[in-house]
Design a binder for this molecule. Structure first.
Ligand code: PHE
Length: 340
C-alpha cells in the first residue's frame, strides 16, 4: 500500500493542467466518493497493525497534497482571467507561423521592373494567346520565312492564325499600334515554345521586353541602357559585350553577354570557360516594323531588347537547372526567404 501511495504522490507532483476542466477531472479521480483516496481509506482497514502508522502518515499526506494541488491549480486559472472557464490558456506561447518566400522568378522580375522604372520606363502587359500578325508578321517574319523556325510555336488546333506567343515582342507591336512616340516601356510576361524540357530549356518561360521609340534614338542609347541595367542587376563591376546577331524585326541586331559573375571572367562551368554569359537579344527596330504600326520611320527611330528572366535569375543566384523553377520544391523556394 505504501508503494502505491508513493507512486500516487509522484503522479500528483508532476500533474499540471491547461484547463479548469482537467483540474475538475483530477479532483474527481482522487477526492470523489468513488475516488482513489476513498478506496485507499477502505484498504487501510486491512493493513497489518505494524504498518498502520507509517501507512496512515502517508495516506494523510497524500490527501493533503491532492487538496493543495487542486487549490493552487484553481487559483492559477482564476487569476489568469476567464479562460479558466473556456478551457483555453491564453498565456501559452503561440505556435510560430512560417512566412512563405517569394518565387525567385518574381523576385528578379520585380528587380528588373524597378531598375528600368528608375530610368523612366513604364510597364505594360498583354495577352499570351496571340494572332499571327502580332507574334510574327508585323515583326517582319514573312510567311514561309525560315526565321519562323527559330521559334517552335504552339498553335491552337484548327486555326493557324492563333498561337501561344513565342516571345514578348508581340507586345511591342500591340503598344506601337496604339501609342504615339515617345514610348519608353517594358513588358514582362510568360512565353511558350514547343521545346523538350531540360536543364536549359522549358516550354514555358518568362521574358521582359524593352522598347524605346523617339526622335534620335541611337544604338549608343541602347548600349548605355543595357550597361546601366547590367551593373544595377549584377553589380558595379559587371561588364557587357554585344555580339552581332539576327532578328527579323531589328537591324542591326545584337546579343548581349555579361561578364561571368561566378568566376569574374576567368572561366568556369557556368560560362563554359568563356568568361561571358548571354542574357538578351536586342537591336534597332527595323523601320518597316515601325511602319507596320503606323509610326513614321523617317521621323522616329527606336531600340528593343528581350531578356529571359529564368536565364537572368540562374546567373544571379547560380542556379544550374531551369526545371527547379517549375517544380516548386519547398526546399528550393525556402532559400529565397526575405527577398522581394
Ligand atoms: N524576341 C527575341 C527572342 O525571343 C528577343 C529580342 C527582343 C530581340 C527584342 C531583339 C529585340 O529571342
Amino acid at each position: 500500500m505504501q508503494d502505491k501511495i508513493k507512486a500516487l504522490l509522484q503522479e500528483i507532483a508532476s500533474f499540471s493542467s491547461a484547463s479548469a476542466g482537467e483540474v475538475e477531472q483530477f479532483r474527481l479521480k482522487f477526492l470523489s466518493k468513488k475516488g482513489i483516496i476513498t478506496d485507499l481509506f477502505e484498504d487501510f482497514k486491512h493493513v497489518p497493525a505494524d504498518q498502520k502508522k507509517a501507512a496512515g502518515v502517508l495516506l494523510n499526506d497524500l490527501k493533503n497534497k491532492v487538496q493543495e494541488k487542486i487549490n493552487t491549480l484553481k487559483q492559477a486559472h482564476e487569476s489568469s482571467g476567464d479562460h479558466g472557464k473556456s478551457g483555453m490558456d491564453l498565456t501559452r506561447p503561440a505556435e510560430q507561423v512560417e512566412l512563405g518566400a517569394r518565387h525567385p522568378i518574381s523576385i528578379v522580375r520585380n528587380q528588373i521592373i524597378e531598375i528600368f522604372s528608375r530610368i523612366g520606363f513604364t510597364i505594360a502587359e498583354d495577352r499570351e494567346i496571340e494572332d499571327d500578325w502580332h507574334n510574327f508578321t508585323a515583326l517582319n517574319f514573312p510567311e514561309e520565312h525560315p526565321a519562323r523556325d527559330m521559334q517552335d510555336t504552339f498553335f491552337i488546333e484548327k486555326n493557324p492564325d492563333i498561337a501561344l506567343r513565342t516571345h514578348t515582342s508581340s507586345v511591342q507591336i500591340r503598344t506601337m499600334e496604339k501609342t504615339t512616340p515617345p514610348i519608353r516601356m517594358i513588358f514582362p510576361g510568360r512565353v511558350f515554345r514547343n521545346e523538350a524540357i531540360s536543364a536549359r530549356a522549358h516550354c514555358i518561360f518568362h521574358q521582359v521586353e524593352g522598347l524605346y521609340v523617339d526622335k534620335n534614338v541611337s544604338f549608343a542609347d541602347l548600349k548605355q541602357t543595357l550597361l546601366y541595367f547590367a551593373k544595377e542587376m549584377f553589380g558595379e563591376k559587371t561588364q557587357i559585350r554585344l555580339r552581332p546577331s539576327y532578328f527579323p524585326f531589328t537591324e542591326p541586331s545584337g546579343e548581349m553577354d555579361v561578364s561571368c559573375l561566378i568566376c569574374g571572367g576567368k572561366g568556369c562551368n557556368i560560362c563554359k570557360y568563356t568568361g561571358w554569359v548571354e542574357i538578351l537579344g536586342c537591336g534597332m527596330i527595323d523601320p518597316s516594323v515601325l511602319e507596320n504600326c503606323h509610326i513614321d520611320s523617317s521621323v522616329y527611330t527606336g531600340f528593343a531588347f528581350g531578356m529571359g528572366i529564368e536565364r537572368t535569375t540562374m546567373l544571379k543566384y547560380q542556379i544550374k537547372d531551369l526545371r527547379l523553377f517549375f517544380e516548386n520544391d519547398i526546399r528550393f523556394l525556402e532559400q529565397f526567404k526575405g527577398s522581394y
